[in-house]
Design a protein around this ligand. Structure first.
Ligand code: HEC
Length: 290
């Protein structure tokens, strides 16, 4: 009797031990997953932003486009890409990028040839003295030219310490409002009749947002010949959108990732219709060019 009891106890101990060990295993796996979050390491970061989650599909810095004119030492033109964590930080307007934010910048020469990729990655506790930024500079093929707490990067970007070491946008301002062109229609005509034809108004940029499954402003937008419309994907759920030109200004729907813009200059008068793929009826927009 006693023997059986002992055996049962030993078995129970063995079973619970194996259950516990099982749990430890699961715990280890969880930890490994979490560590996949990428350490302060140039190679790891490169794999992450090229293989796991290609940065060239990320949003541009909100309000910025491709090939923005740059300053030394970043070449002639730059395209700045931001990870989703970075976008949320910018949206929060608290003046700080949260841990995990990655900003990647393509640096181009005057022929728009890629000459370097520079990145900053915020790693919790990595370098508290410099807001925890890990810096890295890659050559176009991914070779690491410098990485870590790079004095040069920290030094110059330190000018913007109050803006979390960032030059490109003011963090407390959040995501900029759309810039619409100056309304030309308000120009009052002169009372004295002029023999020459009135000069055409200066071309302007008209910004149209895509958000909540539609265009904003909604309905009809009147613009002048020569104006450029800038469509900007601002969907809350950060989903891509495809703009259809019902009049065939372009053949295939224009695919816009979140925060990306698309420009079209209207050089002929007329009325044009646009809609969003998957919502062709509900999102219809009319643009009248006068
Ligand atoms: C002499 C000043 C200077 C140095 C040194 C410098 N940067 Fe920059 N950096 C800038 C400026 C100015 C911008 C804004 C965009 C532009 O004009 O190129 C910028 C922008 C950036 C951005 C986009 C986010 C932002 O702050 O606007 C990244 C990423 C970046 N730099 C990485 C680096 C890395 C990595 C290094 C070091 C290898 C470095 N930078 C060294 C001046 C500098």
């Amino acid at each position: 009797m006693l023997r059986i009891k002992e055996i049962v106890i030993v078995l129970l101990i063995l079973i619970s031990a194996s259950i516990l060990m099982g749990c430890t295993d699961i715990g280890t796996i969880d930890k490994l997953e979490a560590q996949k979050e990428v350490g302060a390491d140039g190679k790891e970061l490169y794999d992450h932003i090229t293989i796991d989650n290609d940065y060239q599909n990320w949003s541009y810095w909100p309000g910025k486009g491709e090939f923005e004119p740059a300053r030394e030492p970043h070449g002639e033109f730059v395209t700045t890409y931001v990870s989703n964590t970075s976008i949320s930080s910018i949206e929060n307007k608290d003046g700080n990028m949260s841990a995990g934010s990655i900003i990647v910048k393509n640096n181009y020469d005057d022929n728009k040839e890629l000459v370097a990729i520079t990145a900053m990655y915020k790693v919790d506790g990595y370098d508290p003295e410099h807001n925890d930024w890990f810096w890295v500079k890659y050559l176009p093929d991914g070779t690491i030219e410098a990485e870590g707490k790079i004095e040069d990067c920290n030094g110059c970007h330190g000018m913007k310490k109050s803006n979390d070491y960032i030059f490109t946008g003011i963090l407390t301002q959040g995501i900029p409002e759309p810039v619409t062109g100056t309304p030309n229609a308000t120009q009052t005509p002169t009372s004295t009749p002029t023999p020459e034809p009135t000069p055409r108004p200066e071309p302007t940029n008209i910004s149209i947002w895509i958000e909540n499954n539609g265009f904003k402003p909604y309905g009809n937008v009147e613009i002048n010949m020569g104006d450029t419309v800038v469509w900007w994907n601002r969907e809350k759920f950060k989903n891509p959108r495809d703009i259809i030109s019902e009049d065939g200004l372009w053949d295939e729907p224009v695919h816009l990732n979140f925060m990306r813009t698309f420009n079209y200059t209207f050089n002929e008068t007329g009325t044009y219709y646009f809609s969003l793929m998957y919502n062709e009826v509900g999102s219809r927009q009319e643009i009248t060019v006068i």
